[in-house]
Design a binder for this molecule. Structure first.
Ligand SMILES: Nc1ncnc2c1ncn2[C@@H]1O[C@H](COP(=O)(O)OP(=O)(O)OP(=O)(O)O)[C@@H](O)[C@H]1O
Length: 252
């Protein structure tokens, strides 16, 4: 059994429209960090949002298993209680809500969140309204702080490096790896010490700071292949995503 198992998942927009994900199969084993590559509009964010259970998508086929349990029809908060957490690509502004208030509400007792805030250079943002006027890098670091505060067993991370300078990518990537390695029991009904992650990355820059075990390539809402993250990234850099179809033929 893996921590996360996506079985034959097909997803459509909740308000109707064309299918976004088609028969997606993907797993993340206990203690593994997997990455997801794919061109713009291929369905990567939709997959992460569907795993977390956001209402903008409806599952029309397949299922999502977490720690062996079918969570396909659970609400977002039920999934969060079971140990899933997400760092969004474009989180909304939360006018009127200070970052410190949200962190206080969500932080788990066993988490030294002051230290995390300091390491992410977020202490000076604690009295500010969440994301209001934040730069691209500040939004990412704030999102990561919120994710870590919840201490989930499974980190779903959408493009941690987009719009982020090299120093911030270093901070974000290093902190993700540190938290994944931390010998700290994460939340969920089946608490485990080995946390797992599924990370969307376009450039692969984050791979300079964290160890990824397996990569998947998604094109047009389908998983085309999987394999060694560095090897697949090199193939994308030299041959582009057009090779996805050929890749499908050589599927691992
Ligand atoms: N609610 C929705 N209604 C209609 N179409 C949608 C909806 N959400 C996503 N889509 C479409 O589904 C496709 C996949 O979107 P998604 O955001 O998952 O792509 P992505 O791979 O994360 O792209 P990027 O790398 O640009 O962030 C896109 O063509 C997008 O326009």
């Amino acid at each position: 059994m893996s921590m996360l198992e996506i079985e034959n998942l097909s997803v459509e927009p909740a308000d109707g429209g064309q299918r976004i994900l088609n028969n997606v199969n993907l797993t993340v084993d206990f203690g593994y960090t997997n990455v997801l590559f794919g061109p713009n509009g291929s369905g990567k964010s939709a997959l992460l949002r569907a795993i977390m259970g956001f209402g903008d998508y409806k599952v029309v086929e397949g299922r999502i298993l977490f720690n062996g349990e079918d969570i396909t029809n659970l609400s977002v908060d039920e999934r969060a209680e079971k140990g899933l957490g997400i760092m969004l690509q474009r989180p909304p502004n939360m006018t009127g809500v200070k970052l410190s208030s949200l962190i206080k509400a969500i932080a788990k007792e066993n988490m030294d969140i002051d230290k995390v805030a300091e390491d992410l250079d977020m202490k000076r943002f604690m009295d500010r309204e969440i994301n209001v006027g934040f730069s691209g890098g500040e939004i990412k670091r704030s999102e990561l702080l919120q994710l870590i505060a919840q201490n989930p067993c499974m980190y779903l991370i959408d493009e941690p490096e987009s719009g982020v300078d090299l120093v911030s990518i270093n901070k974000v990537g290093t902190k993700i790896q540190e938290m994944l390695n931390a010998n700290l029991e994460c939340i969920g009904e089946r608490s485990v010490k080995g946390k797992s992650a599924l990370i969307i990355t376009h450039t692969g820059q984050i791979l300079d700071y964290l160890e990824a075990d397996r990569a998947y390539i998604m094109c047009s809402g389908k998983i085309m292949c999987s394999g060694n993250p560095r090897k697949l990234l090199d193939e994308i850099k030299t041959q582009g995503y057009e090779e996805c179809i050929r890749c499908k033929l050589n599927q691992i």
